[in-house]
Structure formats: C-alpha cells, structure tokens
Design a binder for this molecule. Structure first.
Ligand code: NAD
Length: 420
C-alpha cells in the first residue's frame, strides 16, 4: 500500500471484503479508517466526531486507527490540486471512510468535488436517515413521528453534470439538434439558453431500489416508497417508478408486495414480514412527510427529488446541524453529513457536530459495531436532552447551556463513559 502523501497508521489493519457479491466485510478490532475533515466547518466538526467515535469504540473494546486524507483546500495546500488520486485510492482500498463537507463555488470555478468523488467511487446510494432525538427542538408538534430513510440515487439525473453553458458552441449544437432533428421547434425560447440532460437508466434505478428494499427487509421496515414526478416527466421519472416496481415484483417473491396487490388481493391487510412498495408524486410527497409523517418508512428517489425531500425531512428533526448521511457503493461506504462547509462559521469552534457524529454512527452500524453505534447515539441524545447544546439549538431551547463544538463533544464523551 503506497500513497504519495498519506501516512498509513502502523497500529491498525485494513477492513477486508470477504464476499464481493454480498458486500460482506471482516472488520478487525482496530480497523484503519480514512478520514477527510473537509473545508470550512469540516475542521470543527471532523475532530469532534472523531473524538466521540473513538470513545464509543474504546468503550466497547475496540479502537479506530484513523488515517488522514485530503481534498479541497487541504489538498490544494498539500498536493496543488483539489482531488488527489491518493484520496480516491485510499477510500477504494480501505472501503469504509468518513468525510466532512467540501466547498463548491456556485456558477463558476471547479465542478463539485463531492459529485466527482461519488462518481469516481461509484457510491450510487446516498442514504439519509431522519429520526428525532429527544430534546431536539423542531418546528412540528410531533417530531418523534419522523423516522424515514431516504435512498437517493447518486450517479445520474440532473446531477450527472451533462449540461452546456449559454452562448457556448455546444449549447447551440444541442439546441439545433433538439429543435431541428427532434422536432421541438417551438419549445425553447429565443435568446441565450442553458441546457442540461437528465439520464435515468434501468441499471441506475434498479440497483438503487434493490438497495432500498434490502434495507427495508433487513431493518424490519413496513414500506418502500418510490418518489417521482412521472406524471410530467414520463420517460425519466415515470420510468424510474416502473423499473422500481419491476424490481419489487420480479426479484423478491412473497417478501415484497406492491400497494396495488395489497388492495386488490388482501383488502389492505399487510402480511407480517412483508415490505409494501408504493409510489408517490414528488410534490405530494413533500406534503405527506409533514401531514402523514408516521406512514412512511424508506423512500427511494432520484437525485434531485431526494435532495429536496431529505432536507425537508431533516428540518423536522432539527435541521442541518443534526441530519446525517452516508454514500454507499458495492462493498464501499463513505459517511458524510448532509450539511455543507458553512464558510462563515469555519474555525470558530461553534457549529453543531451532531450531523457528523451521527454520520459516523451509520458507519459504525455498517461495520457491524451496533453496540458502539447505539452508545454514541444515546450519548448524543442524553447530552441534548440535558439542554447542553451548540448555538443552533441553544437559541431554540429555553434555559439551555450554550457550548462550543469541542465542549459539546467532551460532554458526549462523558456521557459515553457513564452509559457504557
Ligand atoms: P451549508 O450546509 O454549508 O450551510 C447552510 C447553513 O446551515 C449555515 O449557514 C448554518 O446556518 C447552517 N449549518 C450547516 N451546518 C451546520 C452545523 N453543523 N451546525 C449548525 N448549523 C449548521 O450550506 P451552503 O451554505 O449552501 O453551502 C456552503 C458550501 O458547502 C457550498 O460550497 C456547498 O457547495 C457546500 N456543500 C457541500 C456539501 C458536501 O460536502 N456534501 C453538501 C452541501 C453543501
């Protein structure tokens, strides 16, 4: 294992894939886990999360050998480039990794490093669990009803990056093709235009939906909802729904039934142990997550809808400071919070590290360290319940104590020691 500027820790061992088909791992007691703090507040929340995960691992008889890697600003300083091959190779080699946010300038400059990383690693499922922790302030009356996991397709849709800038030769070529060859001669307004292409493939859809159904079966969830805007975008979003149902009907036997079958053949009575697959139009879904929160479980979405819906769900459980996530490929996990690099708070030891810590919790679960994961989550909940919180929650909690990022992490570690 040779890297240019990454130092592999001597004391740990790599996570081994024992069965590539089932993504089965063997995780040693001291695994080497690559960590990328990222830009902006990444340098605040990264070390805080690391400290909490270390404490949870040690309290359950294990350890983590962290291995620092670099992208964004840290990579520009060290390598003179944004996304060094070292970093991509480190994640590919060690299979389970942890990252903070990376800054992407809007409009101009370089393309999103996050999107580039996801595409190069083929981490096709962006998984965002949204559940409520006791004591976290919420804008809704019954936040505890929110317990959904969004499986958001990560490699296609408008995020695949196939788009052309206005006034470029390319965009005029595409306009001409669309107007003259495809017959849409009266659709695009005259004058400058930007054009993007939205590919939705059978391959991309089916592997994402499979992953969502597998998760629902493994975690005893009742339903998987395919979210789409297929009434308008029939051949992309509508096809996503159809391919999703195909997976459900053709690959899972009695374990999975569709909502239609449930009503046509069983009068709405859901058999124990079966997962029901249904579908909802995306705009309706944004209402349903608010008005019928407890009726949804696992959501399978394309990229853009998944971004909107998981943020809306996240708002109900405390917002960006809380919402965790992880990107999964085959036998690969890159855990990262939903939030970005919030540059105006960078380096102030101020923001909430909960989202980063709970992303680490997803990683621990994936490693099979369920006891450590539960301990870390419980300790975060105990800390927030005792009203010791960072600034974002403090302004919403009466009588709370405002802590810095690092003080909040110290408090969680103390709770881990008490709860262990
Ligand atoms: P952002 O998530 O960085 O911040 C938006 C606001 O949310 C902040 O101003 C702050 O008020 C709040 N917030 C975010 N994280 C918080 C935390 N941990 N604790 C408390 N409050 C928190 O979103 P943005 O401002 O749209 O994006 C900033 C940069 O981050 C952009 O360059 C964007 O491209 C990038 N980004 C990266 C990722 C990623 O790396 N996965 C995700 C989203 C955005």
């Amino acid at each position: 294992m040779e890297f240019d500027k990454i130092t592999v820790p001597e004391e740990g061992e790599p996570v081994e894939v024992v069965d590539a088909d089932t993504s089965e791992f063997e995780v040693p007691d001291t695994p080497i886990i690559p960590i990328l703090y990222g830009d902006g507040i990444g340098t605040d929340v990264g070390p805080a999360a690391q400290q909490v995960l270390d404490a949870a691992a040690q309290a359950t008889g294990r350890d983590i050998a962290w291995m620092r890697m670099y992208a964004g600003e840290s990579a520009r300083e060290k390598y003179g480039e944004n996304l060094p091959e070292d970093t991509v190779e480190a994640i590919r080699t060690f299979r389970i990794a942890f990252k903070g946010p990376l800054t992407t300038p809007v409009g101009s400059g370089f393309r999103s490093l996050n999107v580039a990383l996801r595409q190069r690693l083929d981490t096709y499922a962006n998984v965002r669990p949204t559940y409520h922790l006791d004591g976290v302030p919420s804008p809704v009356s019954n936040p505890e009803q929110m317990d959904m996991v969004t499986f958001r397709e990560n490699t296609e849709d408008v995020y695949a990056g196939i788009e052309w800038e206005h006034d470029s030769d390319e965009v005029e070529e595409v306009r001409e093709f669309v107007e003259k060859e495809m017959g849409f001669d009266d659709t695009i307004h005259d004058g400058p235009v930007g054009i993007g292409v939205k590919p939705i493939t059978e391959f991309g859809t089916k592997r994402l939906v499979r992953r969502a159904i597998d998760y629902a079966l493994e975690h005893d969830r009742d339903s998987v909802t395919l979210v789409h805007k297929g009434n308008i975008m029939k051949f992309t979003e509508g096809q996503f729904r159809d391919w999703g149902y195909e997976v459900a009907e053709e690959e899972y036997g009695d374990e999975v039934i569709t909502e239609d079958t449930l009503w046509e053949e069983r009068d709405g009575e859901q058999p124990d142990d079966a997962v029901v697959v249904n579908d909802r139009i995306a705009d309706n879904m944004l209402q349903q997550v608010l008005t019928r929160t407890d009726q949804y479980d696992v959501l399978a979405t394309m990229n853009l809808n998944g971004d909107y819906i998981s943020d809306a769900c996240g708002a109900q459980i405390g917002g960006l400071g809380i919402a965790p996530g992880a990107n999964f490929g085959d036998a690969l996990c890159l855990a990262e919070p939903v939030h970005g690099s919030a540059p105006k708070y960078a380096g102030q030891d101020k923001v909430n590290p909960t989202a980063m810590i709970l992303s680490g919790v997803i990683m621990l679960e994936y490693m099979g360290w369920d006891d450590a994961a539960e301990l870390a989550r419980d300790a975060v909940e105990a800390t927030i319940s005792s009203k010791m919180v960072t600034y974002d929650l403090h302004r919403q909690i009466e009588g709370g104590e405002k802590l810095k990022t690092s003080e909040f992490a110290d408090e969680i570690v103390e709770n881990i020691e008490t709860l262990a």
